[in-house]
Design a protein around this ligand. Structure first.
Ligand code: ADP
Length: 688
């Protein structure tokens, strides 16, 4: 396929080549010039070049290019290089003396004709605008990038702020929940209410104090729920709350269970963002108990005051004064009660030192009170204040802790008592002297009396002994008279009466002798089994028991006593025979013998169901010849119980009776229980 020319009608290019070239350069939009010679003289410039240089062709032609080119330093060198080397060169140069950078772009090539260099073509372009645009674009880019950077930075800042806010918010939420938890932990009731009085928050303390749960309380009107009674008009409280932001005071309220309480309420006003009252936070403490204690303290203080003012004892509070060696040297009266002056004789003591009021006051008192102040140990003593001429009974105790130098003193003037005691002591000494003298006299007289009694007893004994012979003679002769002498009935009757009287007298004398003997015969004591002794006694008196068909009960076991056998048998027989003898007519005698041991003493009981004894005679019957009945009613001499008493007492025991008339008698004797061990006193001293 062959290539066709585009326009066959156009003239051939070579027809007028110089003209064509000129036409090309003349219409080229690019500034073009040619130079020749070593000084590079402009030989041709196209209109675009003239426009660029803002000079006419005439002005330009013939001038050295160095004169007109604005950026020419490097350009000249390069032109020389094109001349020498005959090669094209391109170059861009900056015009430095412009306020903003201007660039000149040069394209230079040699014009060779017939192998001879005839000049150099220069195509010049000012790149300032382009560059300016580039710079503007760059600047815009730069600003854009800066903006972007700023935006990124702002975004990052915003993110960081958001993060901070989120963290802050989380912290806040934590803080709030922690505060809510802390509010719940508070012992106080904490209530938040809105300005209409509706409860918004009700902590655990409030639940505990009032008894309503949070669910029950929230939404209720606080003062109606708690039946609050205010110390002043509620209007005034609200005004103060609005004015100061807080109010504190005591309220009376009622719990869910109806119990009335006193509380200390601290109200704080909560305002919204615009500063308007939004609600009230109330912190409430139950002070019912505190008020009760306060009241009790007040009452106690009042009681103390009353006591202080009314007691007879002097009372004072003193402040001890010590020297630099902690030695108590004086004291000052801080307070004295009305009786103080009466007790001490010191008027208006309050505020004064004792050394001012009583010159030469004894140091004993300083030391005494000083010790109380230093040790805190209370002191009670009676001592003489010689300088005051009085005796005092004091009780001193420290007021307050170890640092306190205050001592409270209860003081009584006992001068009179001491004087009385002194005279009493003297009297006592005298009395005791007299008593000693008397005692000696009594001992003397007792000895003498004892001697007399002994001689009387011995006389008695001798007389009784001597009386027996004539009595026996009377008894024998009257018996012989009845038998051997012919007597009529009257004679016989008299003889028999004399015989019975003699018998009775004989019995009396026998009993008296037995009684008398108890005073001087020795009583060898030994361990005797009461069971065996009672058994022997019953055996001895068996005929009598059988005759009366009496019922005898011995309650075993019977303990062992320290006694002498013969008198013990005498005692047992006397008590047993009395129990049988003083029976109620028609009633079978019943006797119980039992014993009990208490604190080393054996009490043996002989109980009967007989006639009994009236209380007023119960002691008397233990005397000699004491009888409550005639011998016709109940025979006897009235010596039996006297013998029992003396014998028991000689063995170191006692005797007694419990009885009621008509209800039987319970006679008892007490003897020492037999001691285990080798030692046993053989006899007791002979009674007087
Ligand atoms: P007597 O038995 O010889 O009269 P006692 O000295 O033994 O003398 O007693 C004195 C008095 O005590 C008795 O006369 C009697 O009145 C009263 N008495 C003694 N034992 C009993 C008894 N078991 N019951 C009632 N009275 C008694």
């Amino acid at each position: 396929m062959s290539v066709k020319p585009t326009d066959v009608s156009a003239p051939p290019l070579t027809a007028d080549l110089p003209g064509l070239c000129l036409a090309i350069t003349e219409h080229a939009p690019l500034p073009i010039a040619t130079v020749d010679g070593a000084t590079h003289i402009l030989r041709y410039v196209n209109p675009a070049f003239c426009h660029l240089m803002e000079m006419s062709r005439e002005e330009l032609l013939g001038k050295a290019i160095s004169e007109i080119l604005p950026a020419k330093d490097q350009c000249m060198t390069l032109l020389d290089q094109v001349y020498r080397q005959k090669k094209s060169i391109s170059h861009i140069e900056q015009e430095k003396d412009k306020p903003h950078p201007v660039f000149w772009s040069y394209l230079m090539w040699p014009v060779v004709a017939n192998e001879l260099l005839v000049g150099v073509m220069i195509q010049v372009t000012e790149t300032a605008k382009l560059h300016g645009d580039t710079v503007a674009v760059n600047e815009a880019l730069m600003i854009g990038s800066l903006r972007q950077h700023e935006l990124t930075e702002a975004a990052e800042n915003l993110n960081a702020q958001l993060l901070r806010e989120m963290t802050e918010r989380q912290k806040m939420e934590l803080l709030l929940s922690e505060r809510a938890r802390l509010l719940d932990l508070s012992n106080d009731a904490i209530i938040v209410r809105n300005f209409e009085g509706e409860i918004i928050y009700w902590n655990h303390g409030a639940e505990e104090l009032y008894g309503w749960s949070r669910e029950e309380a929230v939404g209720q009107v606080i003062h109606s729920l708690l039946q609050t009674q205010f110390p002043t008009d509620l209007k005034h409280i609200t005004e103060e709350l609005n004015r100061n932001g807080r109010w504190t005071g005591e309220l009376k309220q009622t719990k869910r269970n109806g119990q009335h309480i006193i509380v200390l309420a601290r109200k704080s006003l909560d305002r919204d963002a615009r500063g308007n009252p939004a609600g009230v936070l109330e912190s409430i403490t139950d002070i019912t108990e505190r008020m009760r204690v306060k009241e009790a303290l007040r009452a106690s203080e009042e009681r103390y005051r009353t006591l202080f003012n009314s007691i007879d004892e002097g009372f004072c509070v003193i402040d001890m004064i010590f020297d630099q060696h902690q030695k108590p040297v004086d004291y000052r009266f801080l307070e004295v009660n009305p009786s103080f002056e009466k007790q001490t004789g010191l008027p208006d003591a309050t505020g004064h030192c004792i050394s001012e009021l009583v010159p030469g006051f004894e140091t004993l008192w300083f030391e005494l009170y000083g010790k109380v102040a230093l040790t805190g140990e209370p002191v009670r003593l009676a001592a003489e204040a010689k300088a005051m001429g009085r005796w005092f009974d004091v009780f001193a105790f420290r007021l307050g802790g170890p640092e306190s130098r205050k001592v409270a003193v209860l003081i009584n003037n006992i001068t009179e008592r001491m004087l009385t005691e002194e005279s009493l002591r003297t009297s006592r000494a005298e009395i005791s002297h007299h008593a000693e003298v008397l005692e000696t006299q009594v001992v003397d007289r007792t000895v003498k009396l004892g001697d007399s009694i002994r001689s009387l007893e011995s006389l008695n004994y001798t007389m009784a002994h001597d009386l027996r012979a004539p009595i026996r003679a009377m008894m024998s002769f009257t018996a012989a008279m009845v038998e051997d002498v012919p007597l009529d009935d009257t004679g016989k009757m008299y003889a028999e009466k004399i015989n019975r009287a003699a018998q009775r007298m004989d019995q009396l004398v026998t009993d008296l002798l037995a009684y008398g003997e108890l005073s001087h015969i020795p009583f060898p004591l030994r361990s005797l089994d009461l069971g065996t002794q009672v058994e022997a006694c019953l055996k001895e008196n068996a005929p009598r028991i059988e005759a009366l068909q009496a019922r005898i009960e011995v309650r075993e076991p019977l303990p062992t006593v320290s006694a002498s056998e013969t008198p013990l048998q005498q005692i047992l027989s006397n008590l047993l025979l009395n129990a049988l003898k003083f029976s109620r007519p028609g009633v079978t005698p019943q006797v119980i013998i039992r014993a009990e041991t208490r604190a080393g003493v054996v009490r043996l009981w002989v109980e009967d169901n007989g006639i009994g004894i009236e209380p007023q005679y119960q002691e008397r019957i233990f005397g000699v010849f004491q009888r409550l009945h005639t011998t016709q009613e109940y025979p006897g001499t009235g010596v039996g119980l006297a013998i029992v008493k003396r014998a028991v007492e000689r063995m170191g025991g006692r005797v007694g009776v419990e009885s009621e008339l008509g209800k039987g008698s319970r006679f008892w004797i007490e003897l020492p229980a037999a001691k285990a061990g080798p030692f046993f006193p053989s006899t007791l001293p002979t009674a007087i």
